[in-house]
Structure formats: C-alpha cells, structure tokens
Design a protein around this ligand. Structure first.
Ligand SMILES: [Zn+2]
Length: 132
C-alpha cells in the first residue's frame, strides 16, 4: 500500500514528502558512488514527490554521464534524495533511510533488489551483496 512519508537530511534544512510503497521493493547498487555511500533507494515518479524546503541548502554533484543529480545538504552532508532522467522520464530517488516516519519493520520487510550498476548492467541481479 502506498503511504506518504516525510523525508529530510540530518540537520532538517532539506525536507520533502514522498508517496511510496516499500513493500513493492527498494534497491541497492554496486556503482562507485552507491558503494562509497552505502545508498539504499526507492524511486518514485514526479507526481509522488513534493519538495518542501531547502532548495538553497542543496548542493548538486554529478559525474560520468551526468544523468543523475546527486543532491546533498551543504550543512550536514546528508543525501536525502536525488533525481534523474530514465527511459520512462524524470524520476526521484528517495534515500529510504532518510524517511523520518518510516517504521523500521517497513524497511526490514522491504524487498531489496541488488543491481549491477558498476558494470552498467542494470537488469542483472548481484550475487555478492554483503559489502553493500
Ligand atoms: Zn542538512
């Protein structure tokens, strides 16, 4: 079932709401930035994301194809969401551990799809996942 969650960075300058169904799955990835930041994501379409506060507090980082906008708070450094353009249009990537009102049980029970972003092989599931 879709629920509306409030998300934020650590200091609270950046705040948003997102509608998502964690039981439909989340993902972790082995690409260079996801590995270094131990990123755990769920994606939502633009109509399921509402930015509430902190546009002046966000800094953007991009690399490689510059397709994904990696955003982080310039005060606390936390990456609470990002966005990008995929085959089906614009999407928001929610860092699920930045959802303030999520139940730990919802995170524990969310199926995790481990993707091989390191080799740009997004359809392939990873076998070695212990380090992510
Ligand atoms: Zn912050």
């Amino acid at each position: 079932m879709k629920k509306t969650y409030k998300g934020s960075c650590h200091c609270g300058a950046v705040r948003y709401e997102a509608d998502l169904d964690l039981s439909q799955g989340t993902f972790k990835c082995n690409c260079s930035i996801c590995t270094k930041t131990r990123t755990w994501l769920a994606t939502v379409p633009p109509n399921s994301f509402r930015f509430l506060a902190g546009s002046a507090d966000l800094t953007e980082y991009q690399f490689n194809t510059k397709n994904i906008h990696h955003l982080f708070c310039k005060h606390c450094g936390v990456r609470s969401f990002g966005w990008g353009e995929g085959p089906e249009g614009k999407f928001y990537a929610i860092h699920v551990t930045c959802l303030d009102d999520v139940e730990i049980a919802e995170l524990i029970n969310s199926p995790i799809n481990y993707v091989d972003g390191r080799h740009n092989n997004w359809q392939s599931s990873l076998i070695e996942i212990q380090y992510l």
